[in-house]
Design a protein around this ligand. Structure first.
Ligand code: PGA
Length: 246
């Protein structure tokens, strides 16, 4: 299974810092690992122009429609047209601050896949849900919408498990906490999609991943990569994440 290091820049960076970031990464030794970055949408064209060819650029969000009267939305068709490769869907910040529901997220995933974007579908429980023993129920409920994805499109989905309590807190899940959920995700995907597709689907972990803990997380059987916020903003740190695998 391939390994993925995906930077989620959220609403950070500016044109100057982006230029420096990619200049710094321009001549690093490349590896057989997928390196992806999702800047804020307005910076996608600049990133596409500046990123070295081994880095793919995507979006943090993508609309449930391709065009029309949806003021402020980001069209998956326009993303594809300008050269974006992928989009995140269902990040916990989108679910929390923008009230994105399962129904809406399913529409977003379908539209993005129709436009031939890869989708990183983000799921994860809150601290309260974990403390009350609901983690796996929450994960199952969030994942259940993937049963609606057509067989031919499933290969373009990546799932990112990001416990909400670990995002931006410095408190990563332990590798065994993460692996427990990842193996559950793999098992659930095999129920809805069959064993073969489930075994081929990359499962990323996100939530306070940094150069110090990435190796241990990625050593787990069902963790195929990382979705990284804070530690992806700086080129030296991103390079360490990217180079952490042998
Ligand atoms: P973090 O964010 O690495 O800063 O915890 C991860 C994410 O939100 O994708």
């Amino acid at each position: 299974m391939d390994t993925y290091i995906v930077g989620n820049w959220k609403m950070n960076q500016n044109l100057e810092s982006i230029k420096t970031f990619f200049e710094d990464l321009n001549s690093i030794p490349t590896k057989n690992i997928h390196a992806w970055i999702s800047p804020q949408a307005i910076h996608i064209p600049a990133c596409l122009g500046l990123a070295p060819s081994f880095i793919k650029i995507g979006s943090q969000n993508s609309s449930h429609k391709v065009e029309g009267a949806f003021t402020g939305e980001i069209s998956p068709k326009a993303l594809k047209e300008i050269g974006a490769s992928f989009t995140l869907v269902g990040h916990s910040e989108r679910r929390e601050y923008f009230h994105e529901t399962n129904d809406l997220l399913l529409e977003k995933i379908k539209m993005a896949l129709d436009e031939k974007l890869k989708v990183i579908f983000c799921i994860g429980e809150t601290l309260k849900e974990r403390e009350t023993g609901k983690t796996l129920d929450v994960i199952k409920n969030q994942l259940s919408i993937l049963a609606e994805i057509s067989e031919a499109q499933r290969e373009n989905i990546i799932v990112a498990y990001e416990p909400v309590w670990a995002i931006g807190t410095g408190l990563s899940a332990t590798s065994s906490q993460a692996e427990e959920v990842h193996s559950f995700i793999r098992k659930y995907l095999s129920e809805i999609w069959g064993n073969n597709q489930a075994s081929l689907t990359p499962l990323l972990y996100g939530g306070s991943v940094k150069p110090e803990n990435i190796k241990e997380l990625l050593s787990q059987e069902n963790i195929n990569g990382a979705l990284v916020g804070g530690a992806s903003l700086n080129s030296a740190s991103f390079q360490k994440l990217y180079s952490s695998q042998n």
